[in-house]
Design a protein around this ligand. Structure first.
Ligand SMILES: *Cc1c(COP(=O)(O)O)cnc(C)c1O
Length: 378
């Protein structure tokens, strides 16, 4: 056990390794599908060290949201392909070339920006074409792709079209909409081939995020863009989805009991007095709050594990601390470990459950813990 910090994040590198191995195994049947490890937001709050670990095990494709994130990966020693999934602003164009990022192109304007930078720098780069099939975010609408433009981007001296992608809006809960998106993607790919005469086999096609990968095995194509599943967490509120695949959570959050007190019945706890004790209550104070990523909306809903037992949060979560009920947990002492995320004994708090308590998705829970800077790789 760590004893130096009042609050820390454990990165279970063995789980990350097993997850990566299992994901690769489950793709082996298709023979050719490769993984893009999506590591935006500092690897979903886990920290960039995880990216270095993945690279060490052979992963050589990563996805980021911004040029800044791509640059941070390069500075961190990541040498593989880095896909810039989230577009760029004009001032970032040079950074794409400097860091050898693979942008996903969303507009003719972006194309002109890349083309002029390539001409100035006399430097070539690879790029992918992004199609908006129903997400309403980045990407070309299929109708925006006229034949003049498509022919222009397939035959360029500096800019090499290497792939075509789309992104699902609801692959975790809407198979009808997802199928509509996939079919529009295929239709657009066919039109691309007819117009340009380019064989679609020479391009990398990809559309699946974690939910697409888990729920639509026939949609995997050449690349799958895996974020949350690689970190062992479900893209839905149901952990079974990843558990059944043998994927295990990589992140655990632990803290220590900093103070204990016995309060009489009828005593108000926390800002606003939102909780009033119904009995003599033994309260433990834990040094984690919303400044450390524990969403304030979890107040009076969430539980932590102490001595393998559940302790309910009482009152509003403060900036740096929270109170929990340990009345029914015998023997709690100052310094005991409080598990915010992860297993203790036979019980476990999962990110999916915290997301359910908070009324959000597990992605947001993982990302919010990026604020915990005491990271220990175990
Ligand atoms: C974030 C992201 C992903 C990964 O999503 P997960 O649900 O975490 O697997 C895939 N593709 C794109 C374009 C993304 O922005």
């Amino acid at each position: 056990m760590n004893t130096d910090y009042p609050l820390w994040m454990e990165i279970h590198s063995q789980h990350l390794h097993e997850n990566y191995t299992r994901l690769r195994q489950s793709l082996a049947h298709s023979g050719h599908t490769q993984i893009i490890g999506v590591v935006k937001a500092e690897a979903y709050g886990h920290g960039l060290e995880c990216v270095r670990l993945l690279q060490g095990w052979g992963l050589d494709r990563f996805g980021v949201a911004s040029v800044q994130e791509g640059e941070a990966l390069r500075q961190f020693g990541i040498t593989g392909k880095i896909y810039l999934l989230g577009g760029f602003i004009d001032e970032e164009v040079q950074g794409i070339f400097r860091n050898n990022l693979i942008p996903a192109l969303s507009s003719q304007y972006e194309w002109e920006q890349l083309e002029s930078a390539a001409g100035q720098l006399k430097q070539s780069i690879d790029f992918h074409l992004k199609i908006d099939t129903g997400m309403g975010r980045m990407g070309f609408l299929p109708a925006e792709l006229d034949s003049f433009f498509l022919n222009q981007i397939t035959h360029h001296p500096y800019l090499n079209l290497k792939g075509i992608m789309t992104h699902f809006a609801s692959s975790e809960n809407d198979p009808v909409y997802t199928q509509m998106q996939f079919e529009l993607f295929q239709k657009t790919l066919n039109r691309f081939t007819e117009i340009t005469g380019t064989s679609i086999n020479s391009l990398e096609k990809h559309c699946c995020n974690s939910a697409g990968f888990l729920f639509f095995p026939t949609y995997h194509e050449d690349l799958v863009r895996l974020g949350i599943a690689m970190f062992g967490v479900s893209p839905t509120h149901d952990p079974k989805v990843v558990y059944q695949q043998g994927l295990q959570p990589v992140m655990q959050i632990k803290s220590r009991v900093k103070h204990l007190k016995d309060l009489p019945s009828g005593y108000c706890i926390g800002y606003g007095g939102t909780y009033i004790t119904q009995r003599s209550t033994r309260v433990a104070i834990i040094p984690i709050g919303y400044a450390q990523g524990l969403l304030r909306c979890l107040s009076n809903r969430m539980e932590v594990l102490i001595r393998g037992r559940r302790a309910k949060n009482l009152g509003i979560i403060s900036m740096d601390q929270m109170m929990v009920d340990v009345t029914d947990i015998p023997g709690v002492i100052r310094g005991d470990v409080a598990t915010i995320l992860g297993p203790d004994g036979s019980d476990e708090i999962r990110a999916e459950q915290i997301a359910t308590w908070a009324g959000t998705i597990p992605h947001e829970i993982l990302c919010s813990f990026v604020r915990i800077k005491n990271r220990i790789i175990v």
